[in-house]
Design a protein around this ligand. Structure first.
Ligand SMILES: [Zn+2]
Length: 503
């Protein structure tokens, strides 16, 4: 399929200005409702205090007796080695190991509908994709709000405080824009607020139906017409209409990001406007990369270059960019990604469920790429599982143990993930960072007997989402004692949202 040239490339003049002052960005809050710890109009910010039995403060060691203080949604003081009888009145006790908030750097919320049902019988990535398209064809802004709210609530129960939603389900069935062409994206932003998470809406450019093995472009299928704006110029106009402020924020809990779906869905001459939008606005840029050998072969046939080289030539690599999967790479691809400090988001459970393969995580990290993780298709939602599989896959591929230690894996799931989503002020328990806390009990059947000196190793290598008991996002309680405070019955919310999609 021949795509028209972009009308005028990126709309720099109308786009948001470079991100600045992000540390001042607010915590998540539902529309019209101040978050916990935020001052009422004219009031003083309430100070909140937690006393963590053990806390991993991000990048450093696990410390005992950590007094953590926050106000206005931001950590103000972090003091280890405080005895329990020395904490101020009103301090909340946090038994177990407390971590910074987890970032789910790659999500397609609607894929949650396929959990389990695609596991019957045999298949490949490509047969799974057909089922995924059936679900995509049934969603409206209202039903997507219900589904995404429930899925994000499930994430919050698993300790996720920020999600990167790789969003390409833009228009009504057949491709007709809704009255608000961003109705679906706004539903996702609202869903995140109502589930207590921050979100980076990675608005995805998606133009062609794929690449045939001989490299020719495949026309969009009827379902895929919902995904396209026609060309990158019109994609940019719609994204700009989302209306990010000068910091790239769409709401206190939401920021704008952009994505190139893949070399399968965006021709090289249409990639540059997406990269330009990112460069002008300071927005994160994500793309699916080399998830399947067939993608590489078709790309070589079409453009005489690997997907990594095509994206590099389009200006889509760099420290603000994140390549998702990066499973089937050449040595030169790894050098291009690492040398440009391009982040790589591994999605090990999805890659296993879809039989994608094992990516070169160790080589990418050695070359200079920060690593992050995402639950992508949501075959399971458990960021601790994603993180440990980075190391376990490396062991299976290399025959050696210990390439990635617990701290490196925890960094991938926390500060690196938040940074690749455009929230570099989150993911560490340090003064000035957004007040996100995830507490994992160490007295559950899975973690009982964990030693203080290796608590992080126990949690990363044996913990699960079910061991997360308390979650604070931006200073506000989202999960208490294993119960979501905003979506009281997450299971019922999921059942209700999924039923009509699967009927
Ligand atoms: Zn994906």
């Amino acid at each position: 399929m021949t795509s028209p040239e972009p009308a005028a490339g990126p709309k720099a003049a109308a786009g948001p200005k470079a991100a600045a002052g992000l540390r001042a960005a607010g915590p998540p809050e539902a529309a019209g409702r101040p978050a916990a710890g935020r001052p009422a109009a004219g009031g003083r910010a309430e100070v909140r205090r937690w006393h963590a039995e053990l806390a991993w403060l991000g990048r450093g060691d696990v410390r005992a007796g950590v007094l953590i203080e926050a106000s206005g949604g931001v950590f103000r003081a972090v003091t280890p080695d405080v005895p329990p009888d020395a904490v101020p009145t009103g301090t909340e006790r946090r038994p177990g190991l407390t971590l910074p908030g987890l970032a789910n750097a790659h999500s397609h919320a609607f894929h949650r509908a396929l959990r389990g049902i695609t596991e019957a019988g045999e298949g490949t990535f490509w047969t799974w994709r057909e089922r995924m398209y059936q679900v995509a064809g049934r969603l409206s802004p209202d039903s997507y709000l219900d589904l995404a709210r429930a899925v994000y609530a499930e994430m919050a129960l698993a300790g996720v405080t920020c999600v990167g939603e790789f969003h390409y389900l833009h228009h009504a069935p057949g491709g007709t824009p809704y009255a608000d062409p961003n109705a679906m994206g706004r539903a996702l932003i609202q869903a995140a607020a109502e589930a207590g998470l921050r979100i980076t809406l990675l608005d995805t450019c998606y133009l062609t139906g794929g690449l045939a093995p001989d490299g020719t472009a495949v026309p969009l299928s009827p379902v895929q017409r919902r995904f396209t704006d026609g060309d990158a110029g019109r994609w940019a106009d719609r994204v700009t209409a989302l209306g990010p402020d000068e910091h790239g924020l769409l709401a206190p809990h939401a920021r704008a990001g952009v994505a190139i779906h893949s070399v399968r869905a965006v021709p090289p001459d249409q990639m540059h406007p997406v990269a330009e939008w990112s460069h002008h606005s300071g927005a994160p840029l994500h793309a699916h990369l080399s998830e399947q050998p067939a993608e590489n072969e078709a790309c070589l046939a079409a453009y005489g270059a690997t997907p990594t080289r095509v994206l590099d030539a389009a200006g889509a690599l760099g420290p603000r960019s994140t390549m998702v999967h990066a499973t089937h790479l050449t040595r030169h691809d790894i050098e291009l990604l690492g040398g440009s400090r391009t982040c790589v988001c591994l999605c090990p459970t999805t890659e296993a469920f879809l039989a994608d393969g094992i990516g070169p995580a160790g080589a990418l990290a050695a070359a200079g790429s920060p690593l992050t993780v995402g639950s992508d298709s949501h075959a399971v939602i458990d960021l601790l599982d994603e993180a440990r599989r980075v190391e376990l896959d490396e062991r299976l591929a290399s025959g050696r143990r210990g390439r990635f230690g617990a701290a490196a894996l925890a960094e991938a799931a926390t500060v690196a993930g938040h940074t690749c989503l455009g929230w570099p002020q989150a993911g560490e328990i340090v003064p000035g960072a957004l007040a996100d806390l995830v507490t994992v009990r160490l007295d559950t059947p899975r973690l009982a007997g964990a030693a203080a000196g290796t608590a992080l190793e126990s949690v990363i290598f044996a913990g699960t989402a079910a061991d997360v008991t308390d979650v604070v996002a931006g200073g506000r309680d989202v999960v208490r004692h294993g119960r979501h405070l905003l979506v009281p019955d997450v299971s019922a919310a999921l059942t209700q949202a999924l039923g009509p999609l699967l009927a």
